[in-house]
Design a protein around this ligand. Structure first.
Ligand code: NIG
Ligand code: FE
Length: 390
């Protein structure tokens, strides 16, 4: 098959302001898309669509770019359902449970970890995610971090070395020694499998000086930086990310005016993770404040067994609209093009000519239903590189 015509599209979201209604979503009604060699070759009015080798009528449904989930921790074993239940009766989230998952992950075989990654990536795909970033960070030894990334690499090219997730128990009395391990032998073993380096910059994890050291060491081995910051309280992480020109800083729950100003004046994407606030019963980040200040915002799942065990980007969109004062259009844009920007990718998150033909057919007439019908499975079909996957 050389070319495919998707027709009967009731509403097309291209994320290309040059087509359609001129808004950032580039909305077009009664549209068609032509795919050639895995890429978008043409979008426009269905009545003007060129012929193609095969065609697929979506029956008036909405079509959107596949979700770009730019933050997940899928290489783990076990779960922490009891910890979640305790939180729902008032126990606060402290990130201390990360160590529980570290023990379970170290005890798992490569096959078990790979099967767990594949299961969660499949879950994501069925909910419309076509690009996913996956971090290490539950191994925290040289061998366990390297195998975590090798396993993640089988599922995505967007892999992130997070050896600096927390200081593991065996280094509790020597955190500086752990930073030396991360920036030396661990990075050497992990860099071949990673595109990114990340640090959990938060009280109780790593401070700004340690984060800077680790990010620089990663950069010296060809890894681009991103950060977890300002999740559990105010801190220096967001400003550090902006100062270093990182692609993204994730969580951004507790922000000062200076943090917002720094984000607005930078190319760093603020990635908001509402599954975390849902699952930890914490206050949601103020997306409206960031958007009104001109900051670039992405939405991601942060899928992990502790703070956010959801793989659902539609849930993140619904939460962002209901709890974070984003419009449905802003939330969809943040979950697609915003995620792509957080990964510095131009080829995904939109459907302009030449983009990857990663798109989702919704069982709904409009993208608005993603937030309007929370919890309802609205994904009808998912195309990756032009191929139907469901
Ligand atoms: O992004 N903040 C640090 N890391 C994860 C949580 C991991 C866990 O609780 O297991 C996060 O929320
Ligand atoms: Fe995370």
């Amino acid at each position: 098959m050389n070319s495919l015509l998707l027709t009967g599209i009731g509403e097309l979201v291209s994320n290309h302001p040059g087509t359609g209604d001129g808004t950032p979503l580039g909305l077009l009604r009664d549209a068609a898309v032509v795919v050639e060699h895995g890429r978008v070759a043409w979008t426009g009015a269905a009545t003007r669509a060129p012929a193609a080798d095969t065609s697929y009528d979506v029956g008036g449904r909405a079509v959107i770019p596949g979700f770009v989930d730019s933050h997940s921790h899928l290489v783990f074993a076990g779960d922490r359902a009891e910890e979640f239940a305790a939180r729902m009766t008032g126990t606060p989230y402290t990130a201390g449970g990360i160590r529980t998952t570290v023990y379970a992950t170290r005890a798992a075989t490569d096959e078990q970890l790979a099967a767990n990654v594949a299961r969660h990536v499949g879950e994501m795909r069925r909910q419309g995610t076509t690009t996913v970033e996956i971090k290490s960070g539950y191994g925290l030894t040289v061998a366990d971090e390297a195998r975590s990334l090798a396993i993640a690499r089988q599922a995505t090219r967007e892999t992130t070395f997070l050896g600096a997730h927390v200081v593991p128990p065996e280094y509790a009395l020597d955190p500086a020694g752990y930073v030396d391990l991360v920036t030396g032998p661990m990075l050497d073993a992990c860099a071949p499998y990673a595109r990114w380096v990340d640090v959990f910059c938060e009280t109780g994890a790593f401070d700004a000086d340690q984060a800077r050291t680790i990010l620089r060491a990663g950069e010296a081995r060809g890894l681009a930086g991103r950060l977890h910051a300002n999740q559990l309280g105010p801190g220096p992480g967001v400003r550090l990310a902006c100062e270093l020109g990182l692609a993204a800083v994730d969580h951004c729950t507790y922000l000062s005016d200076a943090d917002v100003d720094a984000l607005a004046g930078s190319g760093t994407v603020a990635t908001l993770l509402p599954g975390v606030e849902f699952s930890t019963r914490s206050p949601y980040p103020d997306a409206r404040r960031l958007l009104d200040a001109g900051c670039r915002v992405a939405l991601a799942s942060d899928c992990n067994p502790g703070s956010s065990y959801t793989s659902s980007m539609p849930l993140c969109i619904a939460l962002a609209v209901r709890e974070m004062r984003m419009t449905p259009a802003e939330a969809l844009h943040a979950a697609t093009r915003g995620g792509a920007a957080a990964l510095r990718r131009d080829d995904v998150g939109h459907l302009a000519d030449g983009a990857a033909a990663d798109l989702v057919v919704l069982d709904a007439p409009s993208y608005l239903h993603l937030a309007y019908r929370p919890g309802v499975p609205l994904v009808h079909q998912v195309f990756v590189g032009g191929a139907a996957t469901l």
